[in-house]
Ligand binder design. Structure first.
Ligand code: MG
Length: 375
């Protein structure tokens, strides 16, 4: 009769997530609790979780207590995954015959997959969930240069759960082996490990974008708008391009209506208010200001708040002159001011079909949307 325990290494530092990912709530329940509940649903009564040194009390209070998981054993993990698994194995109660190792950060694993891995491990002694590689995988040197490209059809990406006879896994952890997962350690001893088809949804939560809900996915969108009056005797400057025209836009700065709309969208996306707040017309510093400079300053403010510009789309409404020939130069200027590639900026034009202040060529209006990405 097999007697299983589950071992859950949970002592990682979550550096790529930027916050302790095991405590992030999924529909209100911490990731680690979702994972442990899933193992319990699959019939694993006895579980040992390896946590960061000093984290036992916090995990007990935030994860185990509120989720009826108080009977789970917490042990202090080590500096590597293998050390953490070994520390858990040392606590295996007598009579244990098999061990299921499962990543704390794979909460989406199905009960059926756990059952398939357990059945395979009971039959063969060692089994791992995994998926045939979809992408070509290269081996690279320390400089990032390709040194080998293994045949893709022979490559699988490992997942967990991984199941083993306790005696086999304990032996693998007693051996000094390569830095790899448990299946890799066991296979390195010459023991056959059988791959069990895993599940694409069974991802290891690693980056913020792996989270279906919770913290923002690292993207923000802003909307900007501006209007300026057309008057004689002023230069017409749009997107930093001096456009030949008998009328120019009136304003405190150079009145670049397009650049103002884009800057407004950058500031809005970063949650920094609007262009009027940062560069008020009442401030003599901005009299005659180059709007490309205002846009660069707006992007710098967004950057200081942790954002970089990823994309901008802007629309200028003007009855005349014809602006299409200047679109590429405007996009290049705007891109340079925001420190992005020119392909990230789209400039387009429309007329107002003779209607309203734009149609009567009394003024021009511009709108922009900007997408920011977390630095
Ligand atoms: Mg303006």
């Amino acid at each position: 009769m097999e007697r299983w325990i589950a071992v859950v290494p949970a002592a990682g530092s979550s550096t790529r997530m930027g916050t302790d990912k095991l405590l992030i709530p999924l529909r209100g329940v911490p990731v680690l609790a979702v994972t442990l509940r899933r193992l319990r649903e699959a019939g694993l009564g006895r579980m040992i979780v390896g946590v960061r040194p000093g984290a036992q009390d916090a995990i007990r209070e935030a994860v185990l207590g509120p989720n009826q998981l108080e009977d789970i054993v917490l042990v202090e993990g080590g500096g590597t995954r293998a050390e953490t698994v070994a520390a858990c194995l040392a606590e295996a109660p007598s009579g244990t015959t098999h061990v299921l190792v499962h990543d704390a950060a794979r909460p989406h694993c199905s009960v059926e997959l756990i059952a398939r891995v357990m059945a395979a491990a009971e039959r063969w002694g060692a089994a791992s969930a995994g998926l045939p590689a979809v992408d070509t995988l290269h081996e690279v040197d320390s400089e990032g240069r390709i040194t080998a490209t293994p045949e893709r059809s022979l490559l699988w990406q490992a997942q967990t759960p991984q199941g083993f006879a306790l005696e086999v896994l304990a032996r693998a952890h007693a051996h000094p082996g390569p830095r790899t997962d448990d299946a890799g350690l066991v296979a390195a001893m010459g023991v056959e490990v059988h791959m069990v088809p895993g599940e694409p949804a069974n991802v290891k939560l690693t980056h913020p974008e792996d989270l279906p809900c919770g913290p923002p996915p690292g993207v923000a969108v802003g909307l900007g708008q501006d209007v300026h009056r057309l008057v004689p005797g002023r230069p017409l400057i749009l997107g930093g391009v001096h456009v030949p025209s008998d009328l120019g836009l009136d304003g405190h700065s150079d009145a670049d209506v397009l650049a103002h709309a884009v800057a407004d969208a950058v500031l809005g996306a970063a949650g920094l208010g609007d262009i009027g707040r940062h560069f008020p017309p009442s401030d003599p510093r901005w009299k005659g200001a180059d709007s490309m400079d205002l846009l660069a300053r707006s992007s710098a403010l967004a950057r200081a708040a942790g954002w970089r510009v990823a994309q901008a789309d802007c629309l200028l409404l003007a009855e005349r002159p014809r602006l299409a020939p200047h679109a590429a130069a405007m996009a290049a200027n705007l891109a340079r001011a925001m420190n992005v590639g020119v392909g990230a900026v789209n400039v387009k034009f429309g007329t107002n079909e003779g209607l309203g202040y734009v149609g009567r060529a009394e003024g021009m209006a511009a709108w922009a949307t900007v997408v920011l990405a977390r630095l």
